[in-house]
Design a protein around this ligand. Structure first.
Ligand SMILES: Nc1ncnc2c1ncn2[C@@H]1O[C@H](COP(=O)(O)OP(=O)(O)O)[C@@H](O)[C@H]1O
Ligand SMILES: [Mg+2]
Length: 202
């Protein structure tokens, strides 16, 4: 027995016991051959990144990947989704969680993994902060890609946790200090942010 727990733009998420199945669904607007190829590539790429992440940070354990049915099976993580919960803890605890988020980001960046979608809806708290949804993730050693990853977190904080986003982001950057090339990445982040502000004015 499996139960549908979510439908994203690309995938259906099903819970089956303590497993989570992420199935990439057909897109009718794509040429069938291209659709098949894209879904296969994305399934394979996400599964690889989950397996890598499993060695580095708290993340749902990859169980199997089926390129034919475009299904990734992983462990289901019980816990509190941070998009719903982050603002509800006592401030001290919230800031500790944000610091842990920053630490997690540094740990994957140190292995040249870019998450690509760092929002609190892709994080679950269960004693530790679990990162998931590597669907937009990729490998890169570039300072720019790491800075943009942090910028996405900032934007997610700004839009979802707008009351205290600045405190949250500062706490995350505190945790991020263990990143290799921390200073260079932060300098670049400032440039990325300046670019963003400039764009908004136009
Ligand atoms: N391993 C997991 N354990 C528990 N819940 C999960 C897990 N993976 C995904 N989910 C739930 O399903 C939702 C969508 O999954 P996600 O991988 O983020 O897909 P999408 O690419 O559609 O955003 C998540 O926000 C989360 O609530
Ligand atoms: Mg997601």
């Amino acid at each position: 027995m499996s139960q549908i727990i979510g439908r994203g733009a690309e995938a259906i998420l099903k819970k089956q016991g303590n497993e989570l199945i992420k199935e990439r669904i057909k897109k009718g607007y794509r040429i069938p051959e291209l659709d098949e190829k894209l879904r296969k590539q994305r399934t394979r790429s996400e599964a690889k990144l989950i397996a890598k992440a499993n060695e580095i940070i708290a993340s749902p354990k990859l169980i199997s990947v089926d390129e034919k049915s475009k299904e990734i099976k992983m462990k289901y993580i019980e816990g509190k989704k941070l998009s719903d919960w982050l603002d509800k803890f006592p401030e001290k605890q919230t800031l500790e969680i944000c610091k842990e988020i920053g630490k997690n980001i540094a740990l994957i960046h140190n292995k040249d993994i870019i998450h690509g979608d760092l929002t609190t809806s892709n994080m679950i708290l269960n004693k530790q902060v679990y990162f998931f949804d590597f669907g937009l993730g990729f490998h890169s050693a570039r300072i720019e890609d790491k800075a943009v990853d942090l910028h996405l977190l900032r934007q997610a904080f700004e839009s979802k946790h707008f009351k205290n986003w600045q405190k949250y982001f500062n706490a995350a950057l505190e945790g991020y200090k263990i990143a290799d090339k921390y200073k260079e990445i932060i300098d670049r982040l400032k440039k990325v942010e300046a670019r963003g502000r400039y764009r908004k004015k136009q």
